[in-house]
Design a protein around this ligand. Structure first.
Ligand code: PLP
Ligand code: COI
Length: 355
């Protein structure tokens, strides 16, 4: 056991890295050697530990299983062919996790300590970061309730974990999306803007129906009228109509995506017209019919920039321009890859280099 002032580190003596085949990674199925664990009890966060990745043991009465106090994050570490590696905007994920924690009645994390633990963890498992063009180390922080109690109340104890997974692209080709006019992901006053586990649970059934109809993802609409676009299942969405980049404005029903805000900042710095506002389904389908919808894509940590191949609304399917013609989303994708692989100047200070 290595003791730093703030973190206990117990490295594995049986690394699984030699068995890793970087070529055949399936998203979210392979996990690196270590994880960070930090408990909340007696009203305060305890000293975190980095331990070999391992199963958890929990009581059947553990309150997270019953009442779903669980929030998570997703961020990535990148490495280039020279071995330089680092994190993309990790501070934003910790801030967002703290906002989710407040909404779900959970304790906020000690930001500096979590960032330090995250850096230690990624340094320790740096051998697991893929160097391929679309490869990265996906990082999953998760915070959940651990009280052994089945009365309905906010837990007094919690566990925070960070574990990591080497991954390749989440989507390997442009996605076919369906506008969801019946089911609802989030309503005003609800938990849609929090990265709460339950939001994802509720979206699985409508997503499965869409999959059965041949679509990859849903485009969620507002709960009241089902006529305004909100976001997709795992990403925010953007549309290029003529030469204006349009995206639904943030609200308490939309996740404040870090990729979304990075894309908007970049587009503005490139002199593009950008609009964050309500986006009606009608506007998008009209623009598609008139040939003015030049590009549409989802943006998210796992999904990166995921071009949308077609948008279905009821029986109508609108096919978007060929990928080769999508200059904006291609330029964005290339910019992000070059930035994350430390090939271009990081003028916006988004990368935290770890070596
Ligand atoms: N919206 C939802 C529902 C998501 O799960 C994600 C993924 O994290 C996003 C949007 C995109 O957010 P980010 O860019 O911070 O990954
Ligand atoms: C992410 O992009 O990090 C997500 O959370 C999407 C998904 C894997 C849940």
């Amino acid at each position: 056991m290595i003791q730093t002032e703030t973190i206990n580190i117990q490295p594995t003596n049986e690394s699984r890295l030699p068995q890793l085949d970087f070529e055949s990674l399936v998203f979210g199925r392979t996990f690196s050697d270590h994880m960070l664990v930090m408990d909340f009890k007696d009203g305060k966060w305890q000293k975190p530990s980095i331990l070999p990745y391992q199963n958890l043991s929990m009581s059947p009465a553990s309150s997270v299983i019953h009442y779903g106090q669980s929030i998570f994050e997703g961020l990535k570490a990148f490495k280039n062919e020279n071995g330089d590696f680092g994190l993309f905007r990790p501070d934003r994920n910790i801030d967002r996790m703290n906002k989710s924690a407040v909404r779900m009645c959970m304790p906020e994390l000690p930001t500096e300590l979590v960032l330090e633990g995250l850096k230690e963890l990624v340094r320790l498992d740096q051998g697991w970061i893929p160097t391929s063009e679309m490869g990265s180390l996906y990082i999953r922080p998760v915070l959940f309730a651990t009280d052994e109690y089945i009365g309905v109340k906010a837990s007094d104890t919690y566990r925070f974990l960070i574990f990591t997974a080497p991954v390749n692209a989440y989507y390997t080709k442009p996605v076919k999306v369906k506008i969801e006019r019946n089911y609802t992901r989030a309503a005003h006053g609800g938990t849609g803007a929090a990265k709460a586990a339950g939001n994802y649970a509720g979206s699985l059934y409508p997503a499965r129906l869409a999959n059965q109809q041949g679509y990859d993802q849903l485009l969620w609409t507002d709960a009241q009228t089902h006529s305004y676009i909100e976001e997709s299942g795992t990403m925010n969405v953007m549309f290029l109509i003529d030469d204006t980049l349009i995206t639904p404005a943030l609200s308490d029903t939309i996740l404040d995506g870090i990729t979304r805000s990075s894309v908007l900042e970049l587009a503005r710095s490139w002199g593009m017209k950008v609009e964050e506002r309500k986006v009606s389904v009608q506007e998008i389908t009209d623009a598609a019919k008139e040939g003015r919808l030049k590009d549409a894509f989802g943006c998210g940590t796992a999904a990166t920039i995921a071009q949308i191949a077609s948008i279905a609304d009821g029986d109508q399917e609108y096919v978007l321009p060929e990928v080769e013609e999508r200059e904006f989303s291609k330029k964005l994708s290339n910019y992000f890859i070059d930035l994350k692989k430390f090939r271009i100047e990081d003028s916006l200070n988004w990368m935290i280099k770890l070596n």
